[in-house]
Design a protein around this ligand. Structure first.
Ligand code: NAD
Ligand code: AHE
Ligand code: ZN
Length: 375
């Protein structure tokens, strides 16, 4: 069938909106009409050429919501008409990783997903007979896509697509990093570095967990109001603090009889490896946990003095907020419908597919929190 897609033709080039071909679902696969998709910084990261797994030409996008149109042979868990959110972290419930109960990183189809292919090693997308790559197993910058059954979460049909698409990445990543990965407790202190589409969801996750002190750090002064809107208690602009950022934050987090300072939990939501080091070193001696959420480009490495770890800090990472997609994503949709978490105010811009490149420009300028494309 012919579909409309924004194609990443080469690294560093704007997406090109065109009609491409999509083959129907094979065994174990599902054809989905995508109704809305968010634009995440990770799409920009891959489009920029910094992603060591980046492949071109490809159909990017991994933060979608839509409706099942057709299912391939053997599919039992969803049917035509079901509302679904695509999962870049699938949940097969059978692989050693799923069975371990220690991780959400299902390994059933990760190898082919990383090569931009469906699990049978082929692509469903083509342009004039030439293969187009899938992206993160989702390719939501297209009005129709094909996904493996294990990579769709069936959700409440009352939920609006143009809001819950954000649960496909940003919301789940931020809130899940707090609840699933850090396991933040009531009364904790926390520092969030980077108050974009992910960091603000970390902040609302911290509010949900009952953290007492929530410090937001961002170079963009406009992010102060945004952070406060979702529960931030203090704002720090590194440009105003200079080279002394870590001691400044450590001092700010001293409470009561504690003369050492440092936050119980810190989160990097920038993808900047220097910030990742600052986040680790601003966590509390003896027990601080620092969670890396940001994604850094090929060749980038993190560093610190081993002493920082010897003295009891833990450096952790999280993908998709540690969420098991088919189990947890429907629950997060219910949290949204019940008003337990907010999404609407973070969606600052809604665009047609033809204007998708404007969404990337708004991200670069710091004007948007999330831009959502509606089909
Ligand atoms: P974004 O562009 O919306 O926000 C980034 C924020 O960081 C901006 O507010 C920016 O001003 C701020 N910032 C940049 N440099 C900074 C610095 N040196 N100090 C303080 N603040 C700084 O991006 P996003 O969509 O929120 O994504 C954030 C990161 O998370 C990206 O690296 C993205 O690829 C990654 N990500 C990871 C996962 C995961 O599963 N681990 C999921 C989604 C996104
Ligand atoms: N391809 C990159 C890695 C990118 C990455 O870490 N992606 C996160 C999700 S970011 C969503 O916005 C992820 O899920 N990681 C786990 C995984 O299996 O990819 C690189 O550096 O190679
Ligand atoms: Zn993302």
């Amino acid at each position: 069938m012919e579909i409309r897609a924004a194609v990443a033709v080469a690294a560093g080039k704007p997406l090109e909106i065109m009609t491409v071909n999509l083959d129907g679902p094979r065994a174990g696969e599902v054809l989905i009409e995508i109704k809305a998709t968010g634009i995440c910084h990770t799409d920009d990261f891959t489009l920029s050429g910094a992603d060591p797994e980046g492949l071109f030409p490809a159909i990017l996008g991994h933060e979608g919501a839509g409706v099942v149109v057709e299912v391939g042979p053997g599919v039992t868990s969803v049917k035509a008409g079901d509302h679904v959110i695509p999962l870049y972290t699938p949940e097969c419930r059978q692989c050693p990783s799923c069975l371990s109960r220690k991780t959400n990183l299902c390994t059933a189809i990760r190898a082919t997903q990383g090569r931009g292919l469906m699990p049978d090693g082929t692509s469903r997308f083509s342009l004039r007979g030439e293969k187009l790559h899938h992206y993160m197993g989702c390719s939501t910058f297209a009005n129709f896509t094909v996904l493996p059954e294990i990579a769709v979460a069936k959700v409440n049909p009352d939920a609006p697509f143009d809001k819950i698409c954000y649960i496909g990445c940003g919301v789940t990543t931020g809130v899940g990093a707090v609840l699933n990965t850090a396991k933040v407790e009531v009364g904790a202190t926390a520092i969030v570095f980077g108050l974009g589409g992910i960091g603000l969801n970390v902040i609302q996750g911290l509010r949900l967990a009952g953290a007492d002190m929530i410090i937001g750090v961002d170079l963009n002064p406009a992010k102060r109001g945004w952070g406060e809107r979702f529960g931030m208690t203090h704002f720090v602009n590194p440009r105003e603090v200079g080279a002394e950022l870590v001691p400044y934050l450590v001092n700010l987090t001293k409470r009561g009889a504690d003369t050492i300072g440092g936050a119980d939990y810190t989160f990097d939501c920038t993808g900047n490896v220097t910030v990742m080091r600052q986040a680790l070193e601003a966590s509390h001696r003896g027990w601080g946990k620092s969670i890396v959420i940001g994604v850094a480009g090929a060749g980038q490495e993190i560093a610190t003095r081993p002493f920082q770890l010897v003295t009891g800090r833990s450096w952790m990472g999280t993908a998709f907020g540690g969420a098991r997609g088919r189990t947890d994503v429907p629950k997060i949709v219910e949290w949204y419908l019940a008003g337990k978490i907010e999404i609407d105010p973070m969606i600052t811009h809604v665009l047609p597919l033809d204007d998708i490149n404007k969404g990337f420009a708004l991200m670069h300028s710091g004007e948007s929190i999330r831009s959502v494309v509606v089909y």
